[in-house]
Design a protein around this ligand. Structure first.
Ligand SMILES: Cc1cc2nc3c(=O)[nH]c(=O)nc-3n(C[C@H](O)[C@H](O)[C@H](O)COP(=O)(O)O)c2cc1C
Length: 357
């Protein structure tokens, strides 16, 4: 099923951008866990809309309501856990024109074809970035369960509109410091230029994309399966569930293609009785199986499709070319809000593989 993620930690996401509610049903949570609702709310608030000039003006409380799966003491009881999130600030009339004239770059046309015109066009329907709110709920819970095993998943902005932070140097030791220490913070000058690029695109009626970088630390060696169920496969599947993702890379990713083996291989050594690698160009998995080094994954996000500039499109009804000026409130760049979404996707995938053993 397309809305179902995971084999043991099974997350089913439902709803549309302008339906009364969205949410998720999660199976596979161990019984006896007390979800830390304040941590879940704080996590979801990092994704919530309406919080800055670089995000959509739509305002949603994103307060999840758990309607099943807990006992009278607030512990998980073994039943599927269902969390509901209300949609409150819809402005569906903004989408009326799109029923006939699809937005270039969005899923309006492909959904119209697939669902024979019965797709919910309002707010992008089931294709909306809004559906990452329940993903973040499931991810926040997975993060809590991972933390009990000493595993942390953290992401940050890597680049926006081609403006890169200096970032982490995977080629040289001691990059392992990232295991315990804080994530390297964005260089303030790079952060300022990124914000400026988003605001400039917004002012011009345009949008920009970028890259989110994510680290999972504390992972045991030996997780994952070869071939089609490798750690990379499963993490990539989860990340590609986030709308607007165009690419996923691990370790040095595409840059590895330009190196020689001698410059790319990470040398092994023994450190305090543990086998580690000096560098982490491989990104934490070899043969689909974790090496015990931090998992390093980057997700490339395209520029937001809904832009205010006039674009060329078609009238589906008349079968003729038609210009389109998109109305409504949109993120000029999805990257800042996508950071917790990537953490959530990685957390769900990693926890699922842990339950698989
Ligand atoms: C957090 C988040 C917010 C988003 N906000 C918008 C938005 O305001 N306007 C828009 O057109 N697309 C937005 N998107 C992207 C679209 O949902 C996405 O491009 C569209 O569904 C087509 O899917 P695809 O890009 O994966 O092919 C957002 C994505 C995310 C992850």
């Amino acid at each position: 099923m397309s809305n179902l993620l995971g084999s043991k930690y099974r997350v089913q996401i439902f709803g549309q951008s302008h339906s009364p509610m969205i949410g998720c049903v999660i199976e596979g949570i161990p019984a006896g866990i007390v979800p830390d609702m304040s941590a879940i709310s704080a996590f979801m608030a990092r994704r919530a809309p309406g919080q800055s000039a670089t995000a959509t003006a739509r305002r949603e409380a994103d307060a999840p309501q758990i309607v099943s799966g807990l006992n009278e003491r607030g512990e998980t009881c073994g039943a599927p856990l269902c969390a509901l999130i209300a949609n409150a600030d819809q402005r569906s009339r903004d989408y009326d024109a799109l029923r006939d004239v699809p937005r270039p770059g969005h899923a309006d046309y492909t959904a119209w074809v697939k669902y024979a015109g019965h797709n919910d066009i309002r707010g992008g329907g089931q294709f909306s970035g809004r559906l990452t709110a329940p993903l973040c709920f499931a991810g926040a819970l997975a993060l809590q369960l991972l933390a009990e095993r000493g595993i942390r998943v953290r992401a940050r902005v890597h680049s926006i509109a081609g403006i890169r932070d200096a970032g982490v140097d995977f080629a040289h030791p001691p990059m392992n410091a990232i295991s315990d220490g804080p994530l390297p913070t964005l260089d303030p000058e790079a952060a300022r230029r990124m914000t400026e690029a988003i605001l400039a695109a917004k002012a011009a009626g345009d949008s920009v994309g970028g890259v989110v970088e994510c680290f999972a630390t504390g992972l045991p060696a030996g997780l994952g399966e070869p071939m089609f169920d490798g750690m990379e496969n499963r993490v990539a599947r989860a990340i590609f569930g986030i709308p607007a993702v165009r690419g996923v890379e691990f370790g040095l990713g595409f840059a590895a293609a330009d190196l020689t083996g001698s410059r790319h291989n990470d040398a092994y050594r023994v450190q305090d009785g543990r086998i580690v690698t000096d560098t982490n160009r491989h990104g934490g998995a070899l043969g689909g199986i974790t090496s015990g080094m931090p998992l390093v994954v980057r997700a490339a996000f395209k520029p937001t499709p809904s832009i205010a500039l006039e674009q060329r499109s078609v009238s589906l009804g008349n079968r003729e070319n038609a210009p389109l000026t998109v109305q409504g409130r949109h993120d000029p760049c999805v990257v800042p809000r996508a950071v917790p979404c990537v953490e959530a996707a990685v957390a769900c995938a990693v926890y699922d593989l842990i339950l698989e053993g």
